[in-house]
Design a protein around this ligand. Structure first.
Ligand code: HEC
Length: 118
């Protein structure tokens, strides 16, 4: 009986953490920023930056559609770097996961290109 309750609690815990996209974000280890986008950002923003999963369903914690060039063009790189490093509401801070220089590159080389690719 006790074991059953314990197992149920463990399962509930595992399900909760799996459902939280801000949990277990990997550190940027250098190298491929496109891969880091897929590993760390796509769970909320989508692989293509449009805030949708691979089946086209809107992701609950996307916050912004980076493929919307009209909206994206109103945003400054410096502000996007700041949000990436420091976070904002549901957007987690990445300052302990990547350097400012890497965050800057992430914005100019990956995030900006989502609008251009449309
Ligand atoms: C847990 C979900 C989550 C993850 C993971 C995540 N983001 Fe976000 N992001 C958000 C949300 C939600 C917002 C909107 C925040 C707001 O304005 O309230 C946002 C906003 C942003 C913005 C600002 C967009 C604007 O409104 O102008 C940038 C830039 C950004 N994210 C980049 C990234 C990058 C780069 C990564 C990966 C290194 C990442 N995000 C990972 C949820 C996430």
């Amino acid at each position: 009986m006790r074991r059953t309750i314990l197992t149920a609690l463990l399962l509930a815990g595992a399900t909760l953490s799996a459902g939280d996209p801000a949990k277990d974000l990997p550190k940027f280890q250098g190298g491929d920023l496109q891969k880091y986008w897929t590993d760390a950002c796509a769970r909320c923003h989508g692989v293509n930056g449009n805030g949708r999963d691979n089946s086209g369903k809107p992701l609950p914690d996307a916050g912004f559609d980076f493929t919307d060039s009209r909206k994206a063009n109103k945003k400054k790189d410096s502000d996007w770097v700041k949000v990436t490093l420091e976070g904002k509401d549901k957007m987690p801070a990445f300052k302990d996961k990547m350097s400012e220089a890497d965050a800057q590159k992430m914005i100019t080389e990956i995030v900006r290109k989502f609008a251009a690719k449309r």
